[in-house]
Design a protein. Structure first.
Length: 416
């Protein structure tokens, strides 16, 4: 069923009784050409592009919980392509371009909103760094501009411009950046993949990977053994666990990242703002809640909840940047389990096993990467070669010293 204004009108006349479920609930088949482990954004996008772009439809996505229960439904929804490094920039720009046509492409309202992002700077040195990043973006054909205090006063008069320690001096802006409704992205990809024949199997946890002579033959699951020609892992915060089932140790640590939403307010923040004096980012949802977050909890954990010290630090940063926030009530906070690599950049590559493929290490930035990650991972699985924009995201970069350290923070996963 194609969604359109006409279909809404037609269904309204029939009492909304004819809507079909957005995807089937199939029983697993004994064997698939490709099994994707993980029904988050990246797994679902990969299945969608495998079927749509590369004609590979005998595919199953195995998800241990319900589709979209992981980080894809827990993030702060920011999308952008304001990267410095040549290994990162073209990849995230491909993602941005896919976001721009996504809703028409998969016929689902993902509420993609290009409201822009503003990265504030607070010192002369930081201005130079942001200018350099802006120039690098423009050299790659990505939109970037520097705003001064006067511009910012018009856009965000509520900022603490004359903060004693971190005065707001200006910002780097990418106008095409913004937000998207995160769980609708998962639903859109799921529906698009299902309608092309992909089996989406929920409540099916992979508990082991069966191998014979250097090749994967299939997976042990809570619903029995399922065979496959190719196995793709897209399990985000559990990448080390699932790769460990194939005997691999990844250069990844697992950390919790928290997010927060306030009570609904009238429209006040019409862009995404990041604080250069610390690590704090904020936007306003269409329902009116202020959605914000900061750093990870800094210790390794698989718990989907964080600690109070980080809550306190996040709120301190928020109030330091926007003093009026102290009057706003926080409604909810939650945590997501994220995999952090040694250089803060992701991995899309073949594993050192013939038919095993890895999509991991998304750290803070995996939501914005969802379309390009799915597209490039599908390309790798179908064509057995890296997509040109994802060539730097290889696993052996850690061995060969070809790190993609966007933040220049060194081999410290918790600092990226
Ligand atoms: C609080 C928070 C805020 C964030 N904010 C942003 C942001 O604003 N912008 C941005 O770009 N990124 C953001 N991120 C990061 C981004 O959400 C993640 O990097 C990205 O969603 C990870 O990819 P995914 O969607 O595939 O992960 P997930 O949705 O976590 O998918 C992985 C899936 O694998 C499943 N799984 C794991 N093990 C197994 C198994 N053994 N068998 C079967 N299934 C399994 C899990 O249940 C899960 O559903 C944020 C993350 C968090 C936690």
């Amino acid at each position: 069923m194609r969604y359109s204004a006409l279909s809404i009108i037609k269904n309204a006349f029939s009492g909304n009784r004819d809507w079909k479920p957005a995807w089937r609930e199939p029983e697993p088949k004994p064997h698939y050409d490709v099994i994707i482990v993980g029904g988050g954004g990246h797994g679902l996008a990969t299945a969608y592009y495998l079927a749509r772009e590369f004609g590979i439809r005998n595919v199953a996505v195995l998800e241990k919980s319900w589709l979209g229960s992981g980080n894809i439904g827990r993030n702060t929804t920011i999308i952008r392509s304001n990267y410095l490094l040549p290994g990162n920039n073209p990849f995230y720009e491909l993602s941005m371009q896919l976001w721009e046509g996504l809703e028409q492409d998969f016929n689902f309202n993902a509420m993609v909103s290009q409201r822009g992002i503003i990265n504030l700077f607070h010192s002369d040195g930081q201005r130079d760094t942001y200018r350099r990043r802006g120039n690098a973006m423009r050299l790659h054909g990505v939109d970037a501009e520097i705003l001064d205090r006067k511009d910012l006063h018009k856009i965000a008069p509520y900022l603490n411009f004359d903060h004693a320690r971190f005065p707001v001096l200006g910002a780097l802006r990418q106008k095409r950046a913004g937000t998207a409704r995160h769980d609708a992205v998962a639903w859109g990809y799921a529906r698009g993949a299902d309608s092309r024949g992909v089996d989406l199997i929920q409540h099916c946890e992979v508990t082991g990977i069966r191998r014979e002579g250097g090749r994967v033959t299939g997976v042990e699951t809570t619903r029995g053994f399922i065979g496959c020609n190719k196995l793709a892992l897209a399990t985000a915060g559990h990448s080390s666990v699932t790769a460990g089932m194939a005997g691999l140790t990844l250069p990844i640590e697992t950390h919790v990242l928290q997010a927060f939403v306030s009570e609904g307010l009238k429209p006040v923040i019409d862009t995404v703002i990041t604080y250069g004096g610390g690590h704090f980012y904020i936007s306003q949802s269409d329902k009116g809640g202020l959605v914000f977050g900061a750093d990870i909890d800094m210790y390794s954990s698989y718990a989907q909840r964080g600690n109070l010290a980080t809550v306190e630090k996040t709120l301190e940063e928020g109030v330091s940047l926007i003093p009026g926030l102290s009057r706003v009530r926080v409604l909810r906070s939650w945590g997501g389990v994220m995999d952090m690599t040694m250089d803060g950049s992701p991995i899309i590559d073949k594993a050192p096993l013939d038919n095993l493929y890895l999509n991991a290490g998304w750290c803070y930035g995996g939501f914005k990467a969802t379309p390009a990650s799915g597209f490039c991972f599908a390309h790798l699985i179908a064509r057995e070669e890296a997509h040109p924009v994802a060539r730097a995201l290889r696993l052996d970069r850690f061995q060969r010293g070809l790190l993609l350290d966007e933040g220049g923070k060194g081999p410290q996963p918790n600092l990226h």
